[in-house]
Design a protein around this ligand. Structure first.
Ligand code: PCA
Length: 203
């Protein structure tokens, strides 16, 4: 059976919880078509997360990699189009911060997602879940992990598809935050399951 590596992130900055964590835990071990989902949580740490991620890739040997991140305040499921070779932004959970720094000196300026992002958006909209392609994954941890996956995939043909999906807050996070909208956690999870199914159908 082929493997689909699904990663989420721990809570970060002003977010006391991260709905991606619960999704990857809930979907860990799930069989979708001829794939087994391996769900794992990454640290919001510029130094630790890439090593955790690459170790997981080597261990799991996935054919598909889908990473998830929270975009607090967003209203739609957003498959990212592109990852850029930059790390920058606020301090991570260990206090590391980078400014205008390349992720890989020898990497391309940017890599396009190899997930079927248009099909994912269409499938989700047809099923009644708001979704749209995002043209920027930012420069924080999410962009960093997406870039790492695609940089790795470039030299490893065993990876058929790799990319990143940002999701809105859950109701629980929206209530704790007080200023952002959210989705029910079960709908976030169902929408991601559908997105994964679309990746598998187009592998
Ligand atoms: N979202 C952040 C990092 C962790 C997460 O879930 C981001 O968008 O970069």
């Amino acid at each position: 059976m082929q493997k689909l590596l699904l990663t989420g992130f721990e809570p970060f900055l002003s977010n006391p919880l991260n709905p991606t964590m619960d999704i990857v835990k809930a979907l860990d071990g799930k069989i979708l078509g001829n794939y087994e989902v391996v769900g794992r949580v990454l640290a919001v740490d510029f130094k630790q997360a890439p090593t955790q991620f690459l170790t997981l890739i080597e261990e799991v040997q996935p054919a598909i990699i889908v990473s998830l991140g929270l975009a607090a305040g967003s209203t739609k499921i957003s498959p990212e189009r592109v990852a850029i070779n930059v790390k920058d932004g606020e301090k991570d959970n260990s206090g590391n911060a980078f400014l205008d720094t390349p992720i890989h000196e020898d990497g391309d300026v940017a890599y396009f997602s190899t997930l079927p992002i248009r099909q994912i958006v269409n499938r989700l909209n047809e099923a009644g879940y708001p979704a749209a392609i995002s043209n920027s994954a930012g420069t924080y941890l999410c962009n960093n992990i997406m870039y790492e996956g695609l940089y790795y995939a470039k030299s490893h043909s065993s990876i058929k598809r790799a990319g990143f999906i940002h999701i809105p807050a859950s109701f629980e996070l929206a209530i704790q935050n007080g200023r952002i909208a959210g989705w029910p956690q079960k709908d976030l999870q169902a929408a991601i399951e559908l997105a994964l199914t679309e990746c598998i159908l187009n592998d």
